[in-house]
Design a protein around this ligand. Structure first.
Ligand SMILES: [Zn+2]
Length: 485
């Protein structure tokens, strides 16, 4: 009996370990809703479920609890369980002895012209204290529907290692326009929807996506995902767009006037596969969905991401040299237009973003934009490193060192890690330099940084070559603009 009991215990432990939290999602096109069923194996006397108060990547509070409608719960025998709202995004269900709680509710689905789209944090409830347990998503769609989601597998069921992974993979489904290509041995899917999806230059869009994937996976040394999905929605007006990064996909809203220059937006979002999604502060995964994360590194994660993605398009030949200078110059002009740069540091702009908008946060920064500031700080640090190490080191080395620390599901970095890696790359003087550029407000030394490569800011803020650059300046400029340094 002793052995049998041990065996029973082992089996019980195994079945507990294999139990996963199930999510069944059925689109209801007629009502633009999703019918969602969550199956929760449980041994707790009470089960608490919540909707995230924010979506990773958007540093602002959302009222996602209000999206949950008609929430009901049943036990394993399908008997009703009482659901009590604890606050506007939390519910409790008595679950003593039930072993399994099943929740049913509906949440909004964006649905137009036969195409649906939804994102995870605004749709999926999670079980409090159990976001790191495995989940299984089953998408129940009509047979002729296509499905684009960055999760591994071909559906209709997808297994994930955690709620975080489930929630960080938005879904496009139905009769959307699809293109696929392979880069770095991985499948990439373009899923296009929106009022003006027919108007966009699809050949150019595909060429841009493919080029961006090639450039950045080559630069970072591989593709850290199973497959990747570009979820595009196309508006009828405008040229530019906006995007939100995810673990193995992105959601991008584009104007139908998409041009080669829009590549910078795509390159920015794709570079988030590393910065933010993997190379990240520790608070950026695993997530606490109840409150906005606080990190002083958004200038790097957003602004320096923008610097890298902009530079890589130039270094790999997509953006012509003068156009690259123009883009750098327009960033510098934007940054210098903000008087707050003299009173707010990049670190403070990042760390205090949650205080803006009456404590609801924004996606741009406290006082000034961590995008503009982080871009210019990245430029200054990159050129300082090249100059002080005689061209042997650059900001590439700092990015690669951070990647080495964070890759393969390692925890994110601690707050002074970027400073530490700058010192490793450039020597002790980079500690005080970091403190000056990142931790203190003040004018960033753009003129000095550009002078190392024989460039200058002209009167109207454009960047041009000095009249007679030295050989050393030209050598460093060549390195700065090289694919591989
Ligand atoms: Zn971004």
């Amino acid at each position: 009996m002793k052995n049998s009991l041990a065996l029973v215990l082992v089996l019980a432990a195994a079945s507990q370990a294999h139990a996963e939290i199930g999510y069944r999602v059925q689109p209801q096109p007629d009502t633009s809703q999703l019918a969602i069923t969550v199956t929760i194996p449980t041994r707790a006397a009470e089960t608490l479920v919540q909707m995230p108060n924010w979506s990773p990547g958007h540093y602002m509070l959302q009222n996602n609890g209000a999206r949950v409608k008609d929430l009901v719960a049943t036990d394993r025998d399908n008997k009703p369980l009482e659901v009590t709202a604890v606050d506007d995004h939390t519910w409790k269900i008595p679950s003593a002895g039930t072993k399994q709680v099943t929740l049913r509710y509906s949440a909004p689905l964006e649905f137009q012209n036969g195409i649906g789209h939804y994102s995870g944090p605004t749709t999926y409830l999670y079980v409090v204290g159990r976001t790191q347990e495995r989940c299984k998503l089953t998408l129940e769609t009509p047979k002729d529907w296509k499905v684009a989601v960055g999760l591994d597998g071909n559906g209709p069921s997808y297994k994930t290692d955690s709620y975080d992974t489930l929630a960080d993979n938005p879904v496009t489904l139905g009769s959307y326009y699809e293109e696929t290509y392979k880069v770095a041995g991985k499948q990439h899917i373009i899923a296009l929807r929106g009022a003006a999806a027919d108007k966009i230059d699809k050949k150019l869009l595909r060429e841009t996506c493919e080029t961006v994937s090639k450039i950045e996976t080559e630069f970072m040394g591989g593709a850290p995902y199973g497959k990747y999905v570009w979820h595009f929605t196309v508006r009828s007006a405008g040229m530019g767009g906006s995007g939100l990064e995810h673990l193995s996909s992105t959601e991008i809203s584009l104007g139908s006037g998409f041009s080669r220059r829009t590549a910078s937006l795509l390159a920015h979002e794709f570079f988030h596969l590393w910065n933010v999604k993997r190379v990240r502060s520790q608070v950026l995964g695993p997530f606490d969905y109840t409150q906005l994360p606080k990190t002083g590194a958004l200038w790097w994660l957003e602004g320096t991401t923008d610097y890298f993605s902009t530079m890589l398009l130039g270094r790999f030949g997509w953006t012509p040299e003068q156009e690259l200078y123009n883009e750098i110059a327009s960033n510098v002009r934007r940054q210098r237009r903000s008087p707050a740069r003299l009173t707010v540091s990049p670190n403070e702009s990042s760390a205090r973003v949650g205080e803006t908008n009456n404590g609801r946060g924004n996606s741009n920064g406290f006082g000034l934009s961590y995008y503009d500031d982080g871009f210019v700080v990245g430029l200054c640090l990159d050129l300082e490193l090249l100059a002080k190490t005689n061209g042997k080191r650059s900001l590439d080395d700092v990015e690669f060192a951070l990647w080495k620390k964070c890759r393969n599901n390692q925890p994110g970095f601690v707050e002074d890690e970027i400073r530490k890696q700058l010192i490793v790359a450039g020597g002790e003087s980079f500690g005080p330099l970091y403190d000056k550029l990142v931790l203190s407000p003040g004018e960033l030394p753009v003129e000095q940084a550009l002078s190392y490569v024989g460039l200058e800011l002209a009167e109207r803020g454009e960047i041009r070559s000095v009249a007679t650059p030295s050989e050393e300046q030209l050598r460093l400029r060549k390195l700065w603009l090289a694919k591989k340094r």
